[in-house]
Structures are given as C-alpha cells and as structure tokens.
Design a protein around this ligand. Structure first.
Ligand SMILES: *Cc1c(COP(=O)(O)O)cnc(C)c1O
Length: 355
C-alpha cells in the first residue's frame, strides 16, 4: 500500500500525475516515443512548455500583466544568486526568516550591499518578524514566503516601492495571494509542483534591464524570457510533470480550492498538537504557523522510539524534523490527502493512550 508521505521535498505528487508521467515515459501522447527521447524543439514538447508557462501564470492570476514564466535549472539555490545578479545594483533589503533566507543573503552580498531589514535569528527562526520598516532607496526587497525547515509562513508581505522578490519554493500554488505585488517569484519544483530539476521563475519584465554589469547568458533573465525558456535544453521531464500537476490543480478548482483543503489539513494537525499534552509546537505564535510544514516535538523525549514505531507502523514516511530544528515535521503539500493527516493524528492519539 502507498505510504502516507509527509516528506519535505522532493515530496508527494498526485497519484494521477505519477500515472500519467509513467505513461509518458513509455509512450508520450501516443507518438510511439518516450518523452525522454524527443527533441525539446519538437512540436509536442514546445506545446508542453507553452501550456506549462500559460497555466502557471493563469493559476496565479498573472496572465496579460507583463509577467513571464520560466522553467530554469539549478534549483531555488541558483535563484539566490541570479536574482541579485540581475537586480542588485547598489543595495537590496532582505527579511531573514530562516536557513533559506540566510543562504539568499550570503549570495546577494557578492553583488552589492545587503540590508537585513528584519530577522528572527535571535530565536532560532521560530517566529515571523513584524512591525519593521522598509528603508527607501532599495533595488528590491527579498523575502521567503514559507520557511520549510522551521514551519513558519509569512501572512503579510512587506510593502515597498522597490520590487518585491519572493522565494516561494515551499508554498507556491498553495494559497491565494495578490501575486501581482511581486516583481519576481521563484520556486524549486520539488516542493509543491513536480519532480526536482526545474525551477519556476515568474518575472515582471519591467523590472529587468536596470543593472549596469554584464550578465552571463545562462544567468540572465532577459536571455531566458527572450527565448521563451528555451535558450538551452530545458529540464523536459520535470517541466512535463509540473504541467501535469498544474492541470490537476486547475481541475481541482485552482488555488482557492486547494487553499481550503490545505487549511483543513493544517487545522487538523495543529489542533492535535495543541490538545495532546505529549506534543508541543516549535513555532512561538499561532499566526506564524505554516500551513505547509508543521513542526513539533515530544514533551517527553523518552517517548521518541515508541512514537517513531507507531507512525512507521501506520505507514507514514518522512516525518523526521530537519537537523537544525529536531523533532518532527509534517509537510502537507497540495497533493497530500487529508486522510494522511488523520492517520498521523491517530498515531499521536495512540501514543497518548499508551504512555
Ligand atoms: C528547498 C528550498 C530551497 C532550496 O531549493 P533547491 O531547489 O534545492 O535549491 C530554497 N528555498 C526554500 C524556501 C526551500 O524550501
């Protein structure tokens, strides 16, 4: 039987996506060739790329608003430097809410001055900083919408006249936002959209062309937007599977429908964490809790092996917390069914009965 997969990433995708992806590896759209062996310039694949770009923008409400969608390689980690390479002329502001923001800051410092506008490092990133002011005169403001490792999520975004750049790797397509307030959004596919290998970049074209340095072609957003994400061979399989997931999402009713399901799953796990005396949440304030990654620990560490036995017995995979936080992390991306969360809650209740 398929496991209940709470893996943080790469992670669960819809069952029908796995089936269609498997079919395409053997015989893509009935053309008697595998998706893995056709040219990325073939009519079949060009159509996949166009539809994936179109659907990504339309699900985000960004069609015909001056944005381009790209499927690049190198992961979100390459976007840490690519964003700065293309946008940082003098000074950029960063909100530091965790490991990924910290890494983004490190890369940006190679290109210009970085102001840390706000940080929650003082408490091992267990909260989202609020009530900070954004200085003027910045080239852009960078934030991380969901902190995959710590289990916090931005509910309000900073306002600034400078373009807003956001790493949405672990919550893109999970909740409705006004995406038109962002100048640049990037996300590794493997958290909520597809298999590892592609990175979705959504860019407002009007923010480009403002830095004076020369940019190597592969790292230049303008080169990729000018070639419709086909400057070189794109990660074809990852793009195709991402398209299948986006189609699945659209058939489910889009972002607002999935947001409702995600909220229900989050309420289910957090109400058990709050109710069950054997567990405690990692995040300090309830309003900062992530609907994607719930982080929690046992109040009595000696129960660890018993609890680990219980959830493994229940067919659960991928519940161990990240090494920098410890404890447990339940990643509940779009494709995770509510039943899986119910199974986890039952394992937590079982522990309470036994202890
Ligand atoms: C996983 C993750 C990354 C790193 O992504 P790669 O594709 O492995 O480079 C960056 N940011 C966030 C928020 C993530 O969750």
């Amino acid at each position: 039987m398929k496991k209940h997969n709470f893996s943080a990433g790469p992670c669960i995708l819809p069952a029908e996506v796995f089936q269609k992806a498997a079919d395409a590896v053997l015989n893509f759209q009935g053309i008697d060739l595998s998706i893995l062996e056709i040219s990325h310039r073939s009519a079949e694949f060009v159509a996949v790329m166009e539809e994936a770009q179109h659907l990504a923008l339309s699900l985000l409400g960004l069609s015909d608003k001056g944005y381009k969608a790209l499927f690049l390689q190198g992961g979100a980690s390459t976007q840490f430097l690519m964003a700065a390479y293309n946008l940082l002329e003098n000074k950029a502001g960063y909100i530091n809410t965790g490991t990924w923001s910290t890494k983004a800051i490190k890369e940006a410092k190679l290109f210009g001055e970085v102001v840390e506008i706000a940080s929650s490092k003082d408490q091992n990133f267990n909260y989202i900083p609020k009530d900070f002011s954004v200085p003027s005169g910045l080239d852009y403001v960078h934030c991380t919408s969901n902190n995959t490792i710590f289990g916090t999520q931005l509910k309000e975004f900073p306002t600034s006249e400078a373009p807003l750049v956001c790493d949405m790797s672990s919550d893109i397509f999970s909740r409705a936002l006004d995406f038109s307030k962002f100048g640049l959004i990037y996300a590794g596919a493997q958290k909520n959209m597809g298999p590892a290998g592609a990175t979705l970049v959504i860019i407002k074209e009007s923010i480009l062309g403002k830095v004076s340095r020369s940019i190597p072609s592969m790292l230049d957003y303008s080169v990729h937007t000018g070639k419709e994400s086909m400057f070189n061979t794109p990660p074809v399989f990852s793009v195709y599977v991402s398209l299948l997931t986006l189609q699945w999402l659209q058939n489910k009713g889009g972002i607002s429908a999935i947001e409702k399901a995600n909220t229900e799953k989050a309420e289910l796990i957090y109400s058990e964490i709050d109710r069950n005396p054997l567990f405690t949440g990692f995040v300090a304030n309830k309003e900062d809790r992530s609907n994607m990654n719930a982080t929690f620990t046992l109040t009595d560490a000696s129960l660890q092996s018993t609890f680990d036995g219980l959830w493994k017995e229940a067919g659960i995979n991928g519940l161990n917390g990240h090494r920098s936080v410890g404890g447990y992390r339940a990643s509940m991306y779009n494709a995770l069914p509510k039943e899986s969360v119910q199974v986890l809650v039952e394992a937590m209740q079982q522990l309470e009965k036994q202890a």
